[in-house]
Design a protein around this ligand. Sequence first.
Ligand code: ARG
Ligand code: MN
Ligand code: MN
Length: 302
Amino acid sequence: MKQLRLIGAPTDIGAGRRGASMGPEALRVANLQQALQQHGLNVTDGGDLSGPANPQQGPVDGFRHLEQVVAWNRSVHEAVHATLQQGQLPVLLGGDHALAIGSIAAVAQYCREQGKKLLVLWLDAHADANTNTSTPTGNIHGMPVTSLLGIGPDQLTSIGGKVPALQPDAIRQIGIRSVDREEKQHLHELGLRVYDMRHIDEHGMRVTMEQALSGIDADTHLHVSFDIDFLDPAVAPGVGTAVPGGPTYRETQLCMEMIADTGRLASLDVMELNPACDVRNQTAELVVELVESLFGKSTLIR
Ligand SMILES: NC(=[NH2+])NCCC[C@H](N)C(=O)O
Ligand SMILES: [Mn+2]
Ligand SMILES: [Mn+2]
């Protein structure tokens, strides 16, 4: 049985609104570890990583807190890579989504070392494919996808050794409904596979997930980068950049269950939970339920 390792990254260094730094603790308060253990999973809590404090400065050259974002990502990269090397499944508890740079760079590096194929599912309201010139905010949590694809400053693009860490065809984005004007151009030029809300509206979550998961085989390492703002804010208010019109509770459950059914989930990011925006920790509790489904909780005996 796979052993899971929780890795807390308590920072909001890449976000505009503060509070995602409290995400890991809110998930612990919502009993994430215990809930997963109830399903027979072996789960260790590796505690929290540390890194620079949030200086709350404005953007410089279109990047807010670049140096601090790099420091946090180096530490995430090291922890995620070491966890994979130990044969454990890393569950990164964010923290803002800029930390997916270090996490996914580590996963990609590990897959190269092991000769495995990597598929990244990016569940998000946002495409997170800005650069320092297209960003309307300077917030680096809007730039992890471009960084992983080799666009941006060296310190961000080379964290996992190889640049780019990923090829565009290794990422599938689901739930997207907020894309900045120039960011849209990047998606187009990069040829990213985007299953946006329009696609989900027209085809339903089931067909969308069948398409997004197509091509997975026994050799695939499946990584899920779950930005909690993927969910409709009516059910998940505890995020810093909420966008209305997201998947419902049931649609998200189906999405998680279909990922679990592949049996290939090998690393996970749980990002952007912001307890300062939450109501009585309800979003954290919801996330715990969804992560349970992701690891195979089901009403059926299989
Ligand atoms: N991971 C996130 N929540 N990203 C939000 C990004 C919002 C906006 N596109 C920006 O670049 O500032
Ligand atoms: Mn988002
Ligand atoms: Mn995001």
